[in-house]
Design a protein around this ligand. Sequence first.
Ligand SMILES: Cc1cc2nc3c(=O)[nH]c(=O)nc-3n(C[C@H](O)[C@H](O)[C@H](O)COP(=O)(O)O)c2cc1C
Length: 260
Amino acid sequence: MKSLIVYSSATGNTRKLAEVFANEIEDAELLSIQDVKVSMLKNFDMLYLGYWVDKGDLDAASAKLAEHVQNAKIVLFGTLGAADNSEYYTMVKRRIETHFQDAKLYGHFLCQGKVQESVIARYRQMIKEHPDDVHMQEQLKNYEKGRTHPDETDLQKPAILSVPSPKIPYEDGFYVYLLRCCDESLYCGWTTNLRKRFYDHVMKKGAKYTKAHRPLELYYFESCEDAASARKREYAIKQLSRREKLALRNIKKEAVTNKK
Ligand SMILES: Cc1cc2nc3c(=O)[nH]c(=O)nc-3n(C[C@H](O)[C@H](O)[C@H](O)COP(=O)(O)O)c2cc1C
């Protein structure tokens, strides 16, 4: 599989993430967005697109490229000035994903990046003029704290995105899943938080088995009513032959198609 890693980065934060991907992913080309020609895109199976957040949305160069990546397999990653706050991050991520409605989204990672010193200086000046503005003070604190980001911990996290997965729901629930591992074995498990569980497996914190057999892909998942049915389903899937397990993905697609 040939991957293209493209980054749009005004001050270098998102470029740092892109470089992590370039080290993690085999057979990948790394390019700044200015060097990308639309005609190149068809030569790649997977596009990793790095953006920076501009006024709560995708930066202009990435938004322009987004118009040309419909139907493509993509992984999104980006940086923004705000400190990690899951509500704001989720809102921004969802807004950004609306630019890629017809693409197949295989992952999305967002983390804090430092803002320019000139922005920090501007906030300091503004606070002098409006000393009672609590919101502005909070923002300044956040930007000052963010000076070291993306830091080493941030840069470890996108490793998860080097492992393709179908779009994982944001919601907690009861999920049974199959991981395809580096020796082509299939690992079956269940969880209430599929995003976290998948991440733990990729980071070798999920299970003894996946620590020794690196996951290559979240091959399949389905949701269940409750914990008891998830456990039952996990047991049932574990009894299947390898061929039957591999067929689960197609069976699900057919079931969806038949409903139409
Ligand atoms: C014009 C401008 C608008 C920005 N808007 C936002 C924003 O709405 N929310 C946010 O959290 N950060 C915002 N930021 C901060 C950047 O997203 C952040 O510094 C990012 O890490 C820059 O990435 P880069 O170094 O790859 O260019 C903005 C920065 C600039 C210069």
